[in-house]
Design a protein around this ligand. Structure first.
Ligand SMILES: [Zn+2]
Length: 373
């Protein structure tokens, strides 16, 4: 059915070029027209445009791209897709050191739903990289101001800083073709336990909640600074318990929901294998955020931590919570409230998110008809 449609499209107007659209831009690749065989494409050019590579051993050419591995036997219409041998409508042709493969490989095999990574649009002759989806959650909002921001300019609280940085992260990610959902784009109150489940659903790759830390007055407390990123777990340290208690404070602004037994929900989630995978991805994302923030926040990394935030507890997808710095420290506060500082923080968070998404792609095993996307 798919092939019949494709043949019709090709007969109507054989495309002269393939457009490859990825997060690093659009590449246009000229197709080779061989009489009777339909258009062929250079495997090397295809690999370059997709950030993959080609290895040759005798008559076998192997294209490695993302998690996909395709072995072509030059001069035959055969390609080995992972462990499966698949026929193409025409043979591949070796020319010198390079192999030319039928465009049908791109349209039907590379862009098959089982590979998840790409979509082929026959009307425009475009191979499109699947767009990632991220949800950004600027902490607090509306009547919940978050922490009062001891060293913030007058009238500014945590909710203002998280929104500013959140919107900058969104802009950065959108420049890289990531689809971004905001839990809030203005100063409004969103129910804490509904943020992740409502705004980060089936197609969402990562939920990122952005916050500002603070300490209650005690001797020397204004000297404490630095950044930390959390993923969901039982709290492991006294400090993690403190931060969870502080952020979960926002629950008092929420309207109660029926059957809200978060303890049981947590148990249930840990039994779910998919959730175990999401926790692993959450931990990876948290580590990448920490290492990127290290470049712009000289308060020092306080590490990847685990605790039972309400906002993460209700997440059904990979989720992290960032504490960008302390409002109770003068240097951290200056960084988080300056335009330049917010731009730097957002840039590093966005870079870390992109790195995490790439990592997820590389490690995703193909499970046709399985859970997920
Ligand atoms: Zn907060």
């Amino acid at each position: 059915m798919m092939y019949a449609m494709l043949v019709t499209a090709l007969l109507a107007s054989p495309p002269a070029r393939l457009q490859v659209s990825t997060s690093s831009g659009v590449t246009s690749i000229a197709l080779l027209q061989v009489h009777g065989d339909g258009p062929l494409i250079s495997l090397n050019a295809l690999a370059r445009s997709l950030g993959g590579n080609v290895d040759r051993t005798d008559a076998w050419f192997t294209l490695q791209v993302g998690a996909g591995r395709f072995r072509f036997l030059a001069g035959t219409p055969l390609v080995q897709d992972g462990p499966v041998l698949v026929g193409m409508p025409a043979a591949s042709h070796a020319r010198g050191d390079s192999l030319f493969v039928p465009l049908a490989f791109v349209a039907e095999i590379l862009a098959a739903p089982t590979h998840q990574g790409w979509t082929y649009l026959p009307a425009t002759g475009t191979l499109e990289e699947r767009r990632h989806h991220v949800t950004i959650d600027p902490g607090h909002g509306g009547s919940d101001g978050g922490n009062p921001g001891k060293f913030f300019p007058r009238g500014m609280t945590e909710k203002d800083v998280t929104l500013k940085v959140g919107l900058l992260v969104k802009a950065e990610l959108e420049r890289k073709r990531v689809v971004v959902t905001m839990t809030r784009s203005r100063d409004t109150l969103i129910n804490l336990e509904q943020r992740a489940p409502r705004y980060c659903q089936r197609t969402c790759d990562l939920f990122v909640s952005i916050h500002v830390n603070s300490l209650d007055p005690r001797p020397g407390y204004t000297n404490v600074r630095g950044f930390e990123t959390y993923f969901l777990s039982e709290a492991r340290t006294e400090d993690a318990v403190r931060v969870a208690r502080m952020e979960n404070e926002s629950l008092r602004f929420d309207t109660p929901t029926v059957g809200n037994d978060t303890g049981n929900k947590l148990d249930f989630m840990f039994k779910d294998l998919q959730t175990a995978e999401f926790l692993r991805q959450s931990q990876q994302a948290a580590a990448m955020i920490q290492s990127q923030l290290f470049e712009v926040q000289d308060g020092g990394s306080r590490g990847v931590k685990q605790t039972g935030f309400a906002v993460l507890r209700t997440a059904t997808r990979p989720a992290v919570l960032i504490e960008m710095g302390y409002a109770t420290n003068r240097e951290d506060a200056a960084l988080m409230t300056s335009t330049d500082g917010q731009r730097k923080l957002a840039g590093s968070i966005a870079r870390a998110i992109l790195a995490a998404l790439n990592q997820f792609d590389r490690e995703t095993t193909v499970t046709p008809g399985g859970p997920g996307r």
